[in-house]
Design a protein around this ligand. Structure first.
Ligand SMILES: [Zn+2]
Length: 350
């Protein structure tokens, strides 16, 4: 079975929600559940060896606007969040990640050697990511603290505005050039991440924010869970110019399994064929080369194709890629090695 290390999931959001209902998130991950997409048994069954696990401050349930008669929709941006309540939630997410680690249920990794060792041991290799930095103060004190707790990747912004950057809305069709990019604080955040060794993720940023990161950051450009705008023109997807810039810096795009970002019509519909995923992968490979293409499922964060269904079905995509002509060394890169390469670079590994 092909071991997959995946660039984005929201399993901590689901476990946090379970904890708030008084349930045991550790048992849920360890023993499995029918909820959502990822737990240890399903990850094992689907060869999902690890991934970037997001601390994400919810804006309530994301409900896309109903499409009009042309199939177009424009969901307004979520309202900005206050910092202290966001910090409170982020601490709870981090605590769940740390408890899973201490209990040996998953392994919180801060080096690629640790990721490889966890994969070899058959333990889920989790990397702590923050998707939207509302919990972090503009003096970046909380950044230091979360780094000490294992944070090794962050996206300055989700699809709402904050002190660091501006986010893109969920809209079809729409260009990602929807407003300003990084703020002054955002520039300082990116530089601090470069210094500390925290990967910067441009997913959910405006196109201007993407170019600001390109200018300020000394890391390869990363879009952890985004697809091709030329195939699915939602604001969350990447234009050809962006793909060319990612290629130039030997960065990476992780394929998002969200049907809204895969289908030509941008609709949320689990009845979406795997061929739509292959179409995006083929385009990314053709435009950027095999070294810049990876996976970023958005498991537990999106409606995904029914033929994958959850982490246990992850090998269906691997099989479809093999059927489409990808050989073993190409599959290794897409499924795992490209992520390990850019993480190692961002983490200052030799
Ligand atoms: Zn996301």
């Amino acid at each position: 079975m092909q071991a997959v290390f995946d660039g984005h999931n929201d399993v901590l959001l689901r476990l946090w929600a379970s904890a708030r209902k008084g349930e045991d998130p550790l048992a849920e991950f360890r023993d499995g559940t029918t909820r959502g997409h990822i737990d240890a048994p399903r990850a094992r069954a689907g060869g999902l060896a690890g991934g970037l696990c997001a601390i994400y401050i919810p804006s309530g349930d994301l409900i896309l606007r109903q499409p009009d008669e042309k199939g177009h929709y424009q969901t307004p941006l979520a309202a900005p969040l206050e910092r202290l309540p966001s910090l409170d939630i982020a601490l709870d997410f981090a605590a769940i990640a740390l408890r899973l680690h201490r209990a040996g249920i998953w392994r919180l990794c801060t080096s690629t050697a640790e990721i490889r060792a966890a994969i070899a041991d058959g333990v889920f290799a989790a990397v702590l990511h923050m998707e939207g930095c509302e919990p972090i103060d503009e003096d970046l004190s909380a950044l230091e603290t979360f780094y000490a707790a294992g944070l090794r990747s962050l996206g300055p912004v989700w699809s709402r505005h904050n002190a660091f950057a501006h986010g893109v809305p969920f809209a079809y069709p729409m260009n990602p050039d929807t407003g300003p990019g990084l703020t002054e604080s955002g520039i300082r955040l990116v530089k601090a991440c470069n210094r500390l060794g925290i990967l910067i993720d441009t997913a959910h940023m405006t196109e201007q924010g993407f170019w600001d990161v390109e200018k300020v950051s000394d890391q390869p450009l990363i879009a952890s869970h985004s697809n091709v705008h030329a195939l699915t023109p939602v604001a969350r997807n990447l234009t050809d110019r962006q793909l060319d810039a990612i290629r130039a810096g030997k960065g990476l795009v992780g394929l998002n399994y969200a049907t809204t970002m895969l289908r030509a019509d941008g609709q949320e519909n689990a009845d979406t064929p795997l061929s739509d995923m292959i179409r995006h992968i083929d385009y990314l490979v053709e435009r950027m080369g095999i070294d810049c293409v990876a996976l970023g499922s958005d498991f537990d964060g999106a409606t995904i194709p029914g033929s994958i269904r959850d982490a246990a079905g992850n090998q269906a995509l691997v099989a479809a890629l093999a059927d489409a002509g990808y050989g073993q060394s190409e599959l290794d890169k897409i499924c795992r090695e490209n992520w390990l390469r850019v993480l190692g670079q961002a983490w200052h590994e030799g």
